[in-house]
Design a protein around this ligand. Structure first.
Ligand SMILES: [Zn+2]
Length: 206
């Protein structure tokens, strides 16, 4: 196994140790569905040192060419922005002091039009190479909306990256996507058809 694969394998285990990812449970999602896997990204941010460590690992699995070209790290509030802020800082700690410092940009969520950059951050982006990050990639729609905002502001999206990819993305942004960890959860069941209920497995608390 090469070093990047080792980092990825270890990250998947550590996500479970930090209760970000809970496998093999019997979860009641409160919407009429039960399932075996529960994901709680809040656990990534409860202790800042946790996200710093995962951010280091994500930087370690990103291709050197992307890291070298990155001028802005941007992500949607809350998890993506916290991750982007951490990664932008860590990136500078790995670079020559003489290099221009890495910028950070958060996308806020407007109730009617989704992810947007505030005027201040829009002004930082023109002509810049942007690495888009998020804590979790679900359908990929969030990153797609963020990418559209970067392009509209005159920046270039280099790549997308996330701590955890649910492998359910339905969009292709035409740039590389790099995940630290990935795992496709098995399907959920309507409560009445849940095999874990039928087997008498108690509901897992979370
Ligand atoms: Zn059940």
């Amino acid at each position: 196994m090469n070093r990047k694969d080792e980092i990825r394998t270890k990250a998947l285990t550590e996500l479970q140790e930090h209760s970000v990812l809970m496998l093999n449970g019997h979860f009641d999602f409160g919407n009429g569905y039960h399932g075996r896997v529960y994901l709680n990204p809040h656990q990534l941010f409860k202790h800042p040192s946790t996200i710093w460590r995962f951010a280091q690992d994500l930087l370690d699995v990103l291709p050197a060419s992307i890291l070298d070209a990155t001028q802005v790290v941007a992500g949607p509030v809350t998890g993506g922005a916290l991750l982007a802020h951490t990664m932008a800082g860590l990136l500078d700690s790995r670079r020559e002091l003489s290099r221009e410092r890495t910028l950070f940009a958060p996308f806020r969520v407007a109730p009617d039009c989704g992810e947007t950059l505030s005027r201040f951050y829009r002004q930082q982006v023109p002509g810049k190479q942007v690495l888009l990050v998020d804590d979790v990639r679900n359908t990929g729609q969030t990153l797609a909306r963020c990418a559209a905002q970067v392009t509209e502001a005159g920046g270039t999206v280099l790549a997308t990256a996330q701590i955890y990819d649910r492998m359910e993305s339905m969009v292709d942004l035409g740039v590389p996507n790099i995940a630290l960890a990935e795992y496709k959860a098995p399907e959920n069941f309507p409560e009445a058809e849940c095999p874990m209920c039928k087997a008498g497995q108690p509901i897992t608390s979370f």
